[in-house]
Design a protein around this ligand. Structure first.
Ligand SMILES: Nc1nc2c(ncn2[C@@H]2O[C@H](COP(=O)(O)OP(=O)(O)O)[C@@H](O)[C@H]2O)c(=O)[nH]1
Ligand SMILES: [Mg+2]
Length: 305
């Protein structure tokens, strides 16, 4: 049937089985497309499109997105599945770089729900800037949560940085105004419930004082719809970029990927450790492909087997 549709050159590049159907992806080989082999170990060790299908299934990527990814994989090149996955991800997701601190006129402000890793991410960004000898000043607008100020102060102290506390919009405006030229501002905010209008309004006031679009911080695992609604809610505050956290214990990122794909929010980096000294990772299509293909996170039951 496939050869009847596509002609005698058609090759089957993958099959995807679900309880009620078997999907077969076929392609015509395109000898004009020359794609470099990826030199990274996981891709070289796992060169088949079937393996990619398996990994997409493992990550619980919803069928609709999975099909789109596989279809464009086969469109790019059936001969080099690793490279075609990278290209496929590049065409379905938005990526942008982590803050560079070269542009000291644009503060970096992180927002998100409570406990997702905003403060540790601020500390990591401060660490990154300090390592590059770029001056940063850390500000927290999270003055209410018990222990919040001492948590960020201890991170800052380890980097020989001071922390300013802004309890109101006016205080934050004043701190921004008094920041010496050439110093980047890193601003931490209280975790909020984005479904509470009052909490959104208060965070909106902080963002108004800063006048830049905030970066949403989200854990990598979780349900697709939950994540999408979270991203949509913070988008009302102008958050169009996301940093992921807790990648080290997120075994499946399909829900998150579905949310990123549906919202087209820009993915800019991820953290995978509770340690501040462990740097954030930049993420582009290649890094995302490696995260999808990597199967190093085993459950305790698997490890004991
Ligand atoms: N294992 C792991 N723990 C993390 C990661 N990011 C944050 N955490 C932990 O999550 C908890 C909450 O982090 P925190 O920065 O205080 O969250 P915030 O409330 O959003 O500011 C802390 O115990 C962090 O050490 C991560 O990438 N991996
Ligand atoms: Mg915090």
């Amino acid at each position: 049937m496939i050869r009847k549709e596509l002609g005698p050159e058609a090759v089957i590049v993958s099959t995807l089985e679900s309880p009620n159907e078997i999907r077969v992806t076929a392609a015509l080989e395109d000898n004009d497309v020359e794609l470099d082999n990826l030199s990274t170990a996981p891709l070289n060790q796992n060169p088949g499109l079937d393996l990619i299908c398996e990994r997409l299934e493992f990550h619980n990527i919803p069928m609709e997105l999975s099909e789109k990814l596989i279809e464009s994989c086969s469109h790019y090149s059936a001969n080099n599945p690793g490279e075609s996955l990278v290209k496929s991800l590049a065409s379905h997701f938005q990526f942008a770089p982590l803050p560079s601190f070269q542009d000291t006129t644009t503060p970096t402000i992180l927002v998100g729900p409570p406990g997702v890793g905003k403060t540790i991410t601020i500390a990591r960004l401060a660490c990154l800037a300090t390592l590059q000898n770029l001056p940063v000043h850390v500000v927290t607008a999270d003055a209410q949560k018990a222990g919040a100020i001492s948590q960020i102060s201890s991170f800052a102290k380890a980097l020989s940085l001071e922390v300013s506390v802004a309890s109101t919009q006016d205080e934050l405006t004043k701190i921004i105004k008094n920041t010496p030229p050439g110093t980047s501002l890193l601003i931490d905010t209280p975790g909020i419930n984005p479904y509470q209008p009052d909490e959104i309004r208060k965070l909106g006031q902080i963002i108004l004082a800063v006048r830049v679009s905030p970066i949403l911080t989200l854990p990598a695992g979780g349900d697709a719809i939950e994540q999408r609604e979270m991203i949509d809610s913070f988008a009302t505050l102008g958050a169009n970029r996301v940093i992921l956290t807790k990648m080290d214990f997120s075994r499946r990122i399909g829900g998150l990927l579905d949310a990123l794909h549906k919202t087209q929010v820009q993915l800019i980096g991820y953290g995978d450790s509770p340690l501040v000294a462990q740097p954030l990772h930049n993420v582009g299509p290649k890094e995302l492909a490696l995260l999808l293909l990597d199967n190093k996170h085993h459950t305790a039951r698997e490890l004991a087997a």
